[in-house]
Write a new protein. Structure first.
Length: 523
């Protein structure tokens, strides 16, 4: 009996002690955050720990719908961070992929952490991913940060409010705000997540003084907004934007407020209290144009003005776009209709535009429309971002141009919008944009594997040192308007002239005309 009791005590002691011992090559758990203790789960690689669904804000529900986010509440005991949180409410149940949580909720302000640090003292560079989806769809859980974490950084992926829940403006909301502003709630969520990173990431082995924000599409719009807003100053030290900027003439708060009033009228809800009483399902039924706005608080001025006057966060930056961005968004169009659209939009400059984008037949019209969309919505925005930063900032910009066509079945022609993401994450099996549930079916080649390793290394180097260059990589020169060069990522890797210069120059003149006349921009 005595032997049994001694054995039992020893077993209980070891079991208790094992809870606080670090796993082999893993951060000691539970991890102490400002809100409480969290435990994670093993990644696919044994050296990576993943912490899923950590709250960074109070659920924005009930009376907190359409209010700026508040820091998450504390909890007792150890919170199991072993499941991804629900995705934010969006049409169609979100985007596909095996990692997507089909559950949707307004209670969605959670983030995920990937770390291969062995100690909270390591102070590894941090990369915070902001997902795309036109500010209307997507989720942080779709993006697997393990491969980047294995390269020595701590990766954070975040959710933020989308669509009407993240960007609805209304005079009554502006009045109740202590900042006399409304809309932009999804962008404020991103700032709240960055504030969480500043307070907590050291406990996961991260360095809050070396934070990189990076994103694609609307995630890149978000990165662009965050570099412009004074509210995010000091919350990050590098930035990466993939296929998305907001340098075209911006929407103003007053315009979106009036759109909010009209939306309420269509729902027979003339007050914010009545709109807050509506279910999320009811709100998702109405048509809503999602956009950030110049509200005087989050954005004191439009992004172009902030950059042109040197008021942006001056940080080292990677930016670029893809060769066939427009194919995903372009519908079939006749040559006659394409010409009519050009004449209506560009007026006396229509002929110059049509020389850049000739459309003698319907097939050419599709290609011309896709190329025009690529250049205006993506290429021009990214080159403008690079040029404005080099004009008024001291930090260097590194431009890229992605042209690798992923092998196998693709959702759009060519190096389509978003096709660089899996390469950037160094994970060709990640499938946020796949036609099927798993990218393993693709016939990946050594070219793809080398490209993924190279791009992810450049991205990680920027996060660690502020410069993408490093041992074993082709020299990537900083951008200058005089040279107008980019690093080409395609079947081969090397410096190249930035393509489509004549078209981008035309768009410079066109957009400046819009700015001078106060005309709204269209995507």
């Amino acid at each position: 009996m005595i032997y049994f009791m001694r054995t039992l005590r020893a077993t209980l002691f070891l079991a208790t002690f094992a809870v606080i011992l670090p796993l082999a090559a893993a951060i000691p758990e539970p991890v102490h955050t400002a809100n409480g203790l969290v435990s994670g789960v093993a990644g696919a690689s044994p050296e990576v720990r993943v912490f899923k669904g950590i709250p960074f804000a109070v659920p924005p529900v009930g009376d907190l719908r359409w209010r700026a986010p508040k820091a998450a509440a504390n909890w007792e005991g150890v919170r199991k961070a072993d499941e991804f949180a629900p995705i934010c409410v969006q049409r169609g149940g979100g985007v596909g992929g095996a990692r997507n949580n089909a559950n949707m909720s307004e209670d969605c302000l959670y983030l995920n952490v990937y770390t291969s640090a062995n100690s909270a003292k390591e102070k590894r560079a941090v990369m915070v991913w902001i997902h795309g989806g036109a500010l209307t769809s997507g989720a942080g859980s779709l993006y697997d940060g393990e491969a980047l974490a294995k390269k020595g950084v701590v990766v954070v992926t975040v959710n933020y409010r989308l669509g009407i829940f993240g960007f609805f403006a209304h005079p009554e909301l502006t009045k109740e705000s202590d900042r006399n502003a409304s809309g932009n709630y999804g962008l404020l969520d991103q700032i709240q997540a960055l504030e969480w990173v500043q307070k907590n990431i050291a406990a996961f082995g991260g360095d809050p003084k070396r934070v990189t924000i990076f994103g694609e599409s609307a995630g890149s719009w978000s990165v662009n907004y965050l570099t412009a807003t004074p509210l995010a100053r000091g919350l990050f030290q590098r930035a990466i934007g993939e296929s998305g900027g907001e340098f075209a003439p911006a929407r103003k708060l007053a315009d979106l407020e009036q759109a909010g009033v009209k939306l309420g009228q269509t729902m027979n809800a003339t007050s914010i209290a009545a709109l807050r009483a509506k279910s999320s399902d009811d709100l998702m039924k109405v048509q809503f144009q999602t956009a950030g706005n110049v509200d005087g608080w989050f954005l004191p001025q439009d992004v172009f003005t902030i950059y042109s006057t040197g008021k942006q966060s001056d940080v080292p930056t990677i930016i670029g776009s893809n060769n066939d961005e427009g194919t995903m968004f372009t519908r079939n169009i006749t040559a006659a209709a394409f010409r009519q659209t050009a004449e209506r939009r560009f007026g006396s400059d229509a002929e110059a535009y049509l020389k850049l984008y000739p459309a003698a037949n319907d097939q050419e019209a599709f290609d011309a429309a896709a190329h025009s969309m690529r250049d205006q919505t993506f290429g021009w925005e990214m080159r403008t971002w690079a040029r404005e930063q080099t004009k008024t900032g001291k930090s260097k910009v590194y431009m890229y141009y992605f042209s690798r066509v992923p092998p196998g079945e693709n959702r759009a022609k060519g190096a389509f919008h978003g096709s660089e993401i899996s390469y950037v994450f160094g994970n060709l099996l990640m499938a946020p944009f796949a036609t099927g549930a798993n990218e393993q079916a693709r016939p990946w080649t050594d070219i793809d594997r080398k490209l993924a390793d190279t791009m992810s290394s450049y991205w990680v180097n920027l996060a660690i040192t502020g410069n993408p260059n490093g041992k074993g990589l082709a020299k990537w020169p900083a951008y200058s308007a005089k040279d107008d060069q980019a690093m080409g990522f395609g079947d081969s890797i090397g410096v190249m002239p930035l393509p489509h210069k004549e078209a981008l120059d035309f768009l410079d003149n066109y957009t400046e005309h819009l700015r001078q006349t106060g005309a709204p921009a269209t995507r």
